[in-house]
Design a protein around this ligand. Structure first.
Ligand SMILES: [Zn+2]
Length: 226
C-alpha cells in the first residue's frame, strides 16, 4: 500500500519567471508526496506554507534546499493533475490522502464504484465503512461468479466462493478471520480496526484481480472469415 512520503524531494526544479522584461530562473519549492487526486508520486509545488507566506520567502527557502519543518502546514499543487493537496500541521497528514491498493482493470461498473469507495473510506480512516464495502464486493462476486442467489448470509457467500475454487489455499486463513467477524450481515459487523479493514480490502483485491483483471489479459481468439 502506498503511503504519502514525508521526505523531501531532491533539489527543487527550476522554473522561468519574467522580471522586468528579462527571463530569470527562479526555483520552485517542492514537497514529495503521493498525490491523493491522481495517485502519482510527485514533487508537488508548494504555493503556501504556515511560516513562509510570501512567494519571495518560499523561493528563498527553495534556494536553501526546501527544508520544510514537520509542523508546517503546506498548500501544494500537483504537477501532473494540477489539483491541490494540503498537508496539515498535526501529524503531517496529506489531504486528500493517497488511496490504498490500486485501480483494477476490467471491473463491472458497479464493482468498480464499490472498489473505489472501499479504498476511499480506508484512506479517510473510515475503517468500518471500508470493510463493509469490501464485504459487499465479496457478496457481489459470489452472486456473479457462483450459483448462490442474493439474500444469503455473508458466510454463505464466502462458502460459495470457496467451493467454486476462488479462495486459494494461501487466502483461506485470512478469509476465515473475516468470516468469523460479523458472520451474517453488515449490520452485525463490529467496528473495524485499520488491520481488519486492510485484511478484507486485500482479500477483495486478490479476488478482483483473479476474477476480472487476469482473465482480461487473455487475448481474444482471432476472428475467421467464412
Ligand atoms: Zn495529482
Amino acid at each position: 500500500m502506498s503511503k504519502p512520503r514525508q521526505d523531501l524531494a531532491g533539489p527543487p526544479p527550476l522554473a522561468t519567471a519574467a522580471v522586468e522584461g528579462e527571463d530569470v530562473y527562479m526555483p520552485i519549492p517542492t514537497f514529495s508526496i503521493t498525490c491523493g487526486n491522481c495517485g502519482r508520486d510527485v514533487g508537488a509545488e508548494v504555493v503556501w506554507s504556515t511560516l513562509h507566506t510570501s512567494q519571495q520567502s518560499l523561493q528563498q527557502l527553495a534556494n536553501q534546499g526546501g527544508a520544510f519543518g514537520p509542523n508546517e502546514a503546506l498548500l501544494m499543487v500537483c504537477p501532473v493533475c494540477h489539483d491541490a493537496c494540503v498537508r496539515s500541521r498535526n501529524g503531517g497528514l496529506v489531504n486528500p490522502p493517497a488511496l490504498p491498493s490500486r485501480d483494477i482493470a476490467n471491473l463491472p461498473p458497479e464493482v468498480a464504484i464499490a472498489w473505489k469507495e472501499a479504498r476511499k473510506a480506508f484512506a479517510g480512516g473510515a475503517f468500518t465503512a471500508s470493510e463493509m464495502m469490501s464485504r459487499k464486493i465479496l457478496m457481489h462476486l459470489a452472486v456473479d461468479k457462483t450459483s448462490i442467489l442474493a439474500g444469503e448470509s455473508f458466510s454463505d457467500y464466502v462458502d460459495a466462493l470457496e467451493k467454486a475454487g476462488y479462495i486459494t489455499t494461501g487466502l483461506k486463513p485470512v478469509v476465515d478471520q473475516v468470516r468469523k467477524r460479523g458472520n451474517a450481515a453488515n449490520h452485525e459487523l463490529p467496528a473495524s480496526s485499520n488491520a481488519e479493514a486492510l485484511m478484507t480490502l486485500t482479500i477483495a483485491e486478490h479476488l478482483l484481480e483473479a476474477m476480472y483483471e487476469l482473465p482480461g489479459l487473455v487475448p481474444s481468439p482471432p476472428t475467421t472469415t467464412p
